[in-house]
Design a protein. Structure first.
Length: 226
């Protein structure tokens, strides 16, 4: 079974290494495991995942081609870096999120079972507890799982892929700004409103709460980036 490594990446099995290295790095970026400007060293990632350099290099090249990473040095110890977004770039990405995620949130309300809502509720409790204890790195992971736990219920794979694309590029910047905007305190009301609307099957209510959450974070973080 996969287990967490020291670097926050998950160890993977030995089959289809290229795709799995890509998915491991992608998951880490979505969950805010890297911060803006951080170098991603090929050798270290390969050691964390227990695989050779070649599939890791291919995964990094693929993410660079998708504009998720910036190409770094050459050689076996080379790699890439996480882009440093300015306020305008971050605002554009958050505008994309604010347009797409409410669509998925509204559709999710039609499909959510009691068991699925219970899991999302657990994640919200976890987010609140992590924010209160200052465990912000783990907060971002729970935050990602909360949002995508809702969006996956929409059962719209193309929409989900588009949302993930925006998250990949703005996730690290959320990490950088976390100590300043205290997410568990300021954003909790929007997350709670989304959960309560989901319980009622109120798609419009879920969409409104998600949009309010995104727009609130956008305003605060753009001010920090400025």
């Amino acid at each position: 079974m996969p287990s967490d490594s020291k670097g926050g990446l998950k160890l993977i099995n030995k089959d289809t290494l290229w795709d799995k290295a890509y998915l491991s790095l992608r998951s880490a970026l979505l969950a805010g495991k890297f911060v803006p400007g951080e170098r991603i060293i090929l050798r270290k990632v390969a050691q964390d995942l227990g695989i050779s350099l070649t599939p890791v290099r291919d995964a990094v090249n693929r993410l660079a081609a998708e504009n998720v990473l910036e190409r770094g040095g050459v050689g076996q110890g080379g790699g890439a870096s996480v882009p440093l977004l300015n306020a305008n770039e971050f605002d554009q990405l958050m505008s994309i999120r604010s347009s797409l995620e409410p669509l998925a949130a509204e559709a999710a309300a039609k499909n959510a079972s009691k068991a699925e809502i219970a899991e999302i509720s657990k994640l919200l409790t976890q987010m609140r507890d992590l924010a209160e204890t200052g465990n912000l790195a783990s907060y971002l992971d729970a935050h990602y799982k909360f949002h995508f736990g809702i969006y996956k219920l929409a059962k719209q794979s193309i929409l989900l892929q588009a949302i993930e694309g925006a998250w990949l590029r703005c996730g690290p910047t959320l990490n950088l700004a976390l100590p300043e905007y205290k997410p568990g305190q300021k954003r909790h009301k929007h997350h709670l409103a989304a959960l309560n609307a989901l319980k009622k099957g109120d798609g419009i209510g879920v969409a409104q709460a998600i949009r309010a959450d995104i727009d609130s974070a956008r305003l605060d973080i753009c001010n920090l980036l400025d």
